[in-house]
Each structure stands twice: as C-alpha cells, then as structure tokens.
Design a protein around this ligand. Sequence first.
Ligand code: BES
Ligand code: ZN
Ligand code: ZN
Length: 494
Amino acid sequence: MATKKTTEKIPDYLKYPEIPFKVNITDKSDNERVTLEFVFANDSDDPVVISLPFFSAGNGEIVQTSKKWYIGLGKADELDETALGAAFMKAFSKAVFSLEEFQIKLPAALYKVIRADKTANLLFTALGVSAYPVDLLKKEGRIKKLKVKSVNLLSIKKTTEIFNTAKKRILPQVAHINGMRQVQSLPGNYMTAVMMQKRAEDIAAKYPITLKSFGQKELEKIGAGGILAVNRGSVEEPRMLVLDYNPKGAKKTLALVGKGVTFDTGGISIKPSSDMHEMKYDMSGAAAVVHSIAAIAEQKLPVRVICLAGMVENMPDGAAIKPGDVYTSLKGHTIEVQNTDAEGRLVLGDLLAYAEKEYKPDYMVNLATLTGAILVALASYYAGVFTEDNEIAALIEKAGADSTEPVWRMPLNRLFRDMLKSDIADYNNIGQRWGGSSSAAAFLSLFVENSKWAHLDIAGVGFIKEDHGVYPKVASGYGIRLLTELAAKIAAEK
Ligand code: BES
Ligand code: ZN
Ligand code: ZN
C-alpha cells in the first residue's frame, strides 16, 4: 500500500513551480530600477502624474514613462481588497514579462483603507501568480518569456516588519498556489489519478509528510463503495491519497478532504457537451488540499494535518453505474444513485467516513466543486460554507477574512437531509429541484458524526471564466491561503 517513489524523469509541465525572483524589502529607492508607483485617483502630489494628460489613476489604469510606471488604484473610498488585488495583477502580469528588475512603491494612505498585512498578502500573491502562466502544453509557453529576477518592495517605518513577515509566509505559499493551478490546468488525459499520486509523492519527498496510496484493490478491501461506484466506467485506476503531516508539538488534528474527479462527464446521466471540457477542473478540491498540506508543512505549523484526496474519473461505459443502482458506502449506508452526475458526494462520503474512523480529527474541512447551484447563488466571488457547527463556521469566516480568501455561509440542516429519501435504500444521492447546494451538503453530513466539520463548495471559485481580484482566469488556485490560515488558527489554539 505504501507507494514506492517513481524514478522516471518528470516532464516540464509537471515540475513543481518555484518562485523565479528574489524580493527585497527596503526603505531605499534604487534609481537604477523602474518604479511601479501605485497612486490614488486625484491624490498624487507627483508633478509628473498631474501632467499626464490621459491618466486619471482609475483602478488598474497604467501609464509607462521611461523610469516609472504609474498604476491607478481608483478613488480611496472605492478601494476594497478585490480592487487592490486586481490593480496588482494588472501591473505585475505586465511587469514580470518586461522588466528584469523593478521596485514597487505604494502610497502611505493605502494602509488607512486596506491593512498593511492584507496589502502584503495580496501583493505577494499577485506577484507570484502573475509569474506562473498556465499555458503549460504550448511548445513555446509564456513561462519561457519571463524576465523578472529581482523585485524591491519599498517600505516605510510602519510597514517594514509587516512586509518582512508576509514575505516569509506568503511568498513560499504562492509556489503551492501555482502548483495547484498547474495540476488544475492539466487536462483529463494528463492529470489522471495516478498523475495526482505522483504530485503527492513529490510533496511527501520534500516535506515531513507521509503518503499512503490506495488503489482499486485496497479501496475494495476498505469497502470504499462510493469511490469505486464513480470510477466503474473509467479505464483509469482510482486512487485515494492520504497525506499525513504530524509535527512535534501538535495538539489538534485537522483533516482536509478534497473531491478529485479528474473528469466529470456526468456518467450515464451525461452532461450536455457545451462547456463539458471545463469538467477537467472537477479535481480542484483535491488539488487544493494536496497543495495546502505542503504550504502548511512549509510554514512548520504545529498542527497535525491529514489530507485525503479521492481521485476518480466519471465516465459512461458498459460497466458504469446506472441511474437507480444502489451501492454500499464505506460507512455502511446503502445509497440509491438516481443521478450519476451527482458523483462528487459519493467520493466525499467515503473520504469523510474514512477520515473520522482512522484519524478522529478535531476539525474536518472538505473542498469540492460540488454543485452548479452554488454558481447561481454566489457567482465566482465566494466559496459557500456549509456546516451546523458555529465554532468551525466562525473559524473559517475569520480565516477567510484574514487571508483575503472570501467565503459565505449557506444553510444546512434537517430540512435538506429530509430531501434525500429513497424508496428502496437508506438514502437517495439527490434531493429535489431547488436548494441543490444545500441538499448536496446534507448528503455529505450523513457521513460525519464526531468532528467539527464544514463543507466548502468551490464550484464557483475553483475555476473562473474571467479574472477578478488576485485570481487569474481559468485555474484560480483558490483555497491554499484560506486553509493555511485556518491551520495557523487551529495550531494557535490552547
Ligand atoms: N462537478 C459538478 C458540479 C459543477 C458544475 C462544478 C458546474 C463546476 C461547474 C457536479 O458533479 C455535478 O454535476 N453536480 C450536479 C448535481 C445534480 C445532478 C444534483 C449539478 O450541480 O448539476
Ligand atoms: Zn457531476
Ligand atoms: Zn463533479
């Protein structure tokens, strides 16, 4: 069961992303460097800005002179975290491809609007994400055109320490966000369950993390009926990957559980073909938890973290599960599968039950691109948080605010569990037409008994059609900052 490390050469598109530039925090301006100067609208005392005829410092507006780029932040009273992140992304995604070195200057008035630690979080995230384009399978991918080697971030007395702390924490974290974006972007024929195992092996080799890999036989042995039911129509082997970070001094255990459907055709309840290609992103939850445990270990946070990723492919085939079929889950419930496209919950149910049985975690959080309905409710702006436990809800909401990774609480209770009645089995895998995100969450709740648990539906935020804030379009890397912050908060508990 313990997996041997594979010795084959890792192809470029699978190499773990690294941050390709150095950052210095300094109070000394370097006149040799081009300055990226961020300015509020109508608020610059720089005579050059005043004299620029076509520059009104609207958010994300850029003018370039030979030694300075002016980047608008818009009006101070209209600036929020998303707008600040967007202005950073606009500037950096251009600068990293045009300048080998540059310096960044922020207006002192900025910290009255957005706290310096949040500014730093957004800045380092935007910088790192901008330097990792995901056109991985092009002959000449944009990564080859990267120029940036060195970035100076100008600080003032008030921000020097905050920036230095953020640099140590957030900059290495961006490599893991990019690692997540990389595996998200790879299509279903590349990023199979076995490929995800390779990524997990990489992480286990680099950090004090152990890996157990469960294949078809092992999954049969532990009775993972849900995982196996979903994968029946696929020619790829399924995997359950269990990563364990158990540092000295850890008092609490946090289980992070991820939906890893490497491609979701819907199965026999097949999806319409328009936009079906986007279902390669249906493994975003697994990608988030696998890379979060790396980010948490990198920060040496004193909390035990168990990461469970359920990797399957949902395909129609002669062997595939059919609508109306019944399977027995790892927890022992019999489930009537009235819709084979509601597959993520089958996988997660087994993972949640297994995590509880084997590790008895204090806290358990799962991430999943679970329902289209969450897009109807929250668009691409928030992950939906579902839990009946107010303590973990508060922790996640605080972690979301502090990490600038947005979440919104949604309802979960008996009303939605009552939607899951079956005439012949313990439960049905779908509810009625309305409230689809909550009935999906209710299904997951059937597999959790003892831990403080929350489900995050990331179908809206995991991959996005248009960029916003520090999220680039398509693979967004959502979740790493939130989960790392959550782990830090749990590690700090008495
Ligand atoms: N992976 C999809 C959810 C999804 C939809 C993610 C759109 C991202 C964008 C999930 O497996 C699914 O198909 N859910 C169904 C559930 C329904 C059959 C009860 C849905 O949301 O339509
Ligand atoms: Zn589906
Ligand atoms: Zn799915």
